[in-house]
Design a protein around this ligand. Structure first.
Ligand SMILES: [Fe+2]
Ligand SMILES: [Fe+2]
Length: 182
């Protein structure tokens, strides 16, 4: 497994962990609506920054463009499908945010379930198909170069301090909602 795909797989694990926390947050509980709106708002911020800007940014700006250069088809091929799913995910995130702005917990839940299901399917496809293809066509040295670009991208969109903060927040939610890290 190359260094670049390995980094993205590690981020998939973090995203899947967040989705398990989201499952718990969506279960009917006895928390006040205000409390849940606050948790959901923080979760949307996390998904926007970590899953979309950072992770999908690494894929779209570096890995996918490299795959297309290597002859893996974009439109009508696996890269195009992944890009469409990223766009679909952004649509759900926008719906989740809009629901929170109008304090519509039901609307938030409906969009969150679609987002969650999409991302789980998407991650499985990348792990099982696209990243395997990537490991076949992108050699170790080139993967190490891509990894350097990922690090720069991460520093630009998140920054080291915020990254730590996000992970600390994630562990706090997990504790509050009783989710074990796998
Ligand atoms: Fe992706
Ligand atoms: Fe991904």
């Amino acid at each position: 497994m190359g260094k670049a795909t390995q980094d993205l797989r590690k981020e998939h694990d973090a995203i899947l962990y967040i989705l398990r926390i989201l499952d718990k947050m969506l279960e009917p509980g006895n928390r006040e609506p205000d409390t849940m709106l606050r948790y959901y708002g923080e979760l949307v911020d996390f998904l926007t920054i970590f899953a979309d800007k950072c992770h999908h940014g690494k894929e779209e700006n570096y890995l996918f463009t490299r795959l297309v250069e290597k002859g893996i088809p974009n439109e009508g091929g696996p890269v195009g499908v992944m890009l469409m799913e990223h766009a679909e995910g952004r649509g759900y995130i926008a719906q989740m945010s809009a629901s929170l702005n109008s304090r519509d917990i039901g609307g938030f839940g409906a969009a969150a379930v679609q987002y969650r299901d999409l991302l789980r399917r998407h991650i499985a496809k990348e792990n099982d198909v696209l990243f395997r293809m990537a490991d076949q066509v992108i050699g170790e040295e080139e993967q190490a170069e891509l990894f350097e670009k990922f690090e720069e991208h991460e520093e630009k969109v998140i920054g080291h301090g915020v990254h730590e903060e996000l992970h600390a927040r994630m562990d706090q939610w997990a504790k509050e909602f009783g989710v074990e890290e796998s």
